[in-house]
Design a protein around this ligand. Structure first.
Ligand code: AMP
Length: 285
């Protein structure tokens, strides 16, 4: 497995891998890899001739008071996991390499970047859109693999791929969960044992909406109220948002009959966690 540290080195290594019509899959990550990330790598391995993964904690997608400095960095262990998963190339540039002082160009996805996490984290999706577009240009993958865990990110990326005619297929993989239902996340490492237990309220709230939908409830308002009820005033756990939206536009829907994305974000102590559930159209249930 080769590790590239600069965009130029990565670009030429990827060009070599794409020779003779071989397909290349890209798995962008911020490292601190867990089974959720590795499910994307496995999907890329199955779907492409060659696989590249990136490990880059992207400063431009963090707000000024967020956890950029504290974000877990476990590079050696990540590389061991990627090597075992038969990844061909790892791109791990420094922040200085990606953002030299003269770097001033950003990709602004527009309105969609202000919804869900974009409302709570202003500028977050502009940072995501910028780094992912740049990774696409450096790697030029045939397919890029993302997790449904970050449902709003998926919607924003679909939007920019369409608007900018980026020649890449986005492959979205299901959320990988711990046995008790907690969605895997690099940020779960921040949780104390007591917080780890409290964090289950997110998946429980989504489970509640799934039960309601199954029993015939179609009102988004009713689903949101049911989720909010599981978040009483508590100094340890604070709901950021509970929303029922169109998965493509991220705009609220009133009725889930045509399918909907149920998305939730909450602070557990000082850790912000997200989770979501895609409800299929009623005709498909
Ligand atoms: P991150 O390192 O958090 O930026 O995540 C890199 C990619 O892994 C993103 O496409 C995430 O959506 C995906 N991912 C993170 N957690 C999970 C999970 N539990 N299941 C599936 N994909 C995930």
């Amino acid at each position: 497995m080769r590790i590239c540290r600069t965009p130029a080195e990565m670009h030429s290594a990827c060009r070599e891998l794409r020779q003779f019509g071989r397909t290349l899959g890209l798995v962008p990550t911020m490292g601190a890899l867990h089974e959720g990330h590795m499910s994307l790598v496995a999907a890329a391995r199955r779907g492409c001739d060659a696989v590249a993964a990136s490990i880059f904690v992207n400063p431009t997608q963090f707000g000024p008071n967020e956890d950029y400095a504290a974000y877990p960095r476990t590079f050696e262990e990540d590389c061991r996991k990627l090597e075992r998963a038969d990844v061909d190339l790892v791109f791990a540039p420094s922040a200085q390499e990606m953002y030299p002082a003269n770097n001033t160009t950003f990709v602004d996805p527009g309105e969609i970047a202000t919804r869900l996490d974009g409302a709570s984290r202003p500028g977050h999706f502009r940072g995501v859109a910028t780094i992912v577009t740049r990774l696409f240009n450096i790697v030029q993958p045939d397919r890029a693999y993302f997790g449904q865990k970050d449902a709003a990110q998926v919607a924003v990326l679909r939007h920019i791929v369409r608007d900018l005619n980026l020649p890449v297929d986005l492959v979205v993989c299901p959320i990988v969960r711990e046995p008790d239902g907690l969605a895997m996340s690099s940020r779960n490492r921040y949780l104390t044992p007591a917080e780890r237990k409290r964090a289950l309220v997110l998946s429980r709230a989504l489970g509640r909406t799934a039960d309601l939908a199954r029993s015939g409830e179609v009102s988004a308002e009713a689903l949101i109220a049911a989720m909010q009820k599981l978040f009483p005033v508590d100094p340890h756990v604070r709901l950021d948002y509970a929303a029922v939206v169109d998965p493509d536009t991220l705009l609220p829907v009133d009725d889930i009959s045509a399918g909907a994305l149920v998305a939730i974000a909450a602070w557990v102590g000082t850790t912000r966690l997200i989770d979501n559930l895609l409800l299929p159209p009623r005709s498909a249930q």
